[in-house]
Write a protein that binds this ligand. Sequence first.
Ligand code: NAP
Length: 242
Amino acid sequence: MRRVLILGGTAEARALAAELVERGLQVVSSLAGRVTSPRLPVGEVREGGFGGPDGLAAWLEAERIDAVVDATHPFAARMTASAAEVARRTGVPLLILRRPGWSQAPDDVWDRVSSLEAAAGRLLPGDRVFLTTGRRSLPLFAVLESVWFLARSVDPPEPPVPAHVLVVLDRGPYTVEGELALIREHRLTVLVTKDSGGSMTTAKLAAARRAGLRVIMVDRPPLPSGLGLTQSVADAADWAQG
Ligand code: NAP
């Protein structure tokens, strides 16, 4: 029976695991182990890093994996680079499953930047920022002493964090009304977000549009070249089935 590794941590990875289990394949979903209580996919789950490309290659061999689907978050660039290197080295087939990025509505004016550092560089004294780039990005914003942040994350951030920050622990999906309430309550003026794509966290963009917030959008890191890529869970399932 075909045995498939899904590099996970996303809604698409969970959907793919459910589909492959339904189709009778052996599936192992892998999570990084960073979130305290992750949403778990159906089927077998392992947690924690593999120990770089060498560790991943050894794990694939030991576990007799026939194919790998990298369904990690679009910003999980190290995991994707590691999977790509291992696929090249070992010949184990690899497919990337990536949800599409977000696109601007006609009246949106997004300031697109290539990194979190660049996003921090666009903020101005007095800005009141809705920061949704993840708890591990907070140190990059900690130098900005004249900016106020509402930072939303799944788990609490660790220091250093900005001097003026309110941390809100939550995880999607969110509603436009809920996001508008946060924006109004805290008089937010700027949204800083990664171009994660997907529907779970898209409400903040609609709310920012309605409330007239400036949007600073961090572009996705580039994918390694020469890899198979799909945006569709069904296509990934067909591919994994072989
Ligand atoms: P990353 O920077 O690309 O990964 C750093 C290291 O963590 C990797 O080299 C790997 O360690 C380990 N790792 C990452 N994903 C893994 C997985 N699915 N299974 C086993 N090990 C994994 O990744 P990240 O941005 O920290 O994201 C970590 C996880 O959170 C990913 O699974 C991703 O799908 C999920 N996630 C990330 C974001 C985000 O904004 N980055 C948002 C939502 C969910 P080794 O080198 O030791 O193998």
